[in-house]
Design a protein around this ligand. Structure first.
Ligand SMILES: *[C@@H]1O[C@H](CO)[C@@H](O)[C@H](O)[C@H]1NC(C)=O
Ligand SMILES: [Ca+2]
Length: 288
């Protein structure tokens, strides 16, 4: 029990960090998750919450098994009070499907945790950030990227995630990434600092981060919650979370002093892309 009394004891770590910034970072234990998990989930003070079909064993937290029509979530219940952070997630997406598998998993930073819903096991019209690891392409028309695909979506509660278009018209940025069915450990890093969002992967077992994308002008409030969800439909996969390490990053004095609770999530750079996609859709209709 005593470990939970030291929630706010910060531990200095030498984190493996993407990018070149050499800022100080502190691991936040209550936003991190390592084996053995049962100890975490059996405590009455537990700050982790499971939704849907999630199963915990001594080796992984399985958001969905490799069976149809499942959804599951793993949610942290302590709000993120610091403005700048970086999260490293070791995960594993695998199953018996050779050509057809799905649907994918999402790492969330949102206002409302613990909900089930149609966006890979979370509710639609969410407030906050979703980093979506989409393994199946629902798109029947001409496609500009292959799957699996990683993308970010920032939502102020008004945007709908459209599976039929794999979320392409609401995405801030994205990259292709062959993270599924690997023998090596697969990791993703999400860094949010000074309104810049950077997503990197380490999936080749070489202990090196490779940048997926980096975008400026992403505004996210403080006091949102971290979470992980996944879903299967007709297509299936195991979606496992192995470990989570979250680091508080150094913040400017201005950001430290600012009341960031009221900020409405927005990605300033997403607007141009959206217009481009609208144009693309119009052309498609025209050609049709
Ligand atoms: C919410 O986001 C949408 C889409 O980006 C935007 O059109 C709208 O103005 C935003 N709403 C507010 C209140 O900022
Ligand atoms: Ca999809």
């Amino acid at each position: 029990m005593f470990q939970y009394l030291f929630l706010y004891v910060l531990q200095i770590v030498s984190a493996q960090q993407p990018g070149t910034t050499n800022t100080a970072s502190y691991e936040i234990r209550e936003h991190s998750l390592i084996k053995p998990y049962p100890a975490v989930f059996s405590s009455i003070n537990s700050y982790w919450h499971l939704t849907g079909n999630t199963i915990v064993t001594d080796r992984w937290i399985r958001l969905t098994a490799d069976t149809q029509s499942k959804q599951g979530g793993l949610w942290n219940l302590l709000p993120v009070t610091y403005p700048d952070w970086e999260m490293h997630v070791q995960f594993k997406v695998h199953g018996t499907g050779k050509e057809l598998f799905g649907d994918g998993l999402v790492i969330w930073y949102v206002r409302d945790p613990k909900h089930l819903g149609p966006v890979f096991g979370n509710q639609d019209f969410f407030h906050g950030l979703g980093v979506i690891l989409d393994t199946y392409s629902n798109h029947n028309g001409p496609h500009n990227h292959v799957h699996p695909y990683i993308s970010a979506m920032v939502n102020n509660g008004t945007l709908h995630y459209d599976h039929d278009r794999d979320g392409t018209h609401t995405q801030v940025a994205g990259c292709e990434s062959q993270f599924r069915g690997r023998d090596t450990d697969t990791l993703i890093a999400i860094r949010y600092q000074n309104d810049k969002l950077t997503v990197s992967t380490d999936i080749d077992g070489k202990n090196v981060w490779k940048e997926c994308f980096s975008v400026e002008g992403v505004k996210l409030p403080s006091h949102y919650y971290f979470g992980f969800t996944a879903a299967t439909g007709d297509l299936t996969d195991n979606h496992d979370i192995i470990s989570v390490h979250t680091y508080q990053l150094e913040s400017t004095n201005e950001r430290k002093m600012e009341d960031r609770r009221g900020i409405l999530p927005i990605a300033l750079t997403a607007e141009a892309e959206r217009r481009m996609c609208l144009k693309f859709v119009k052309e498609e209709i025209f050609l049709f």
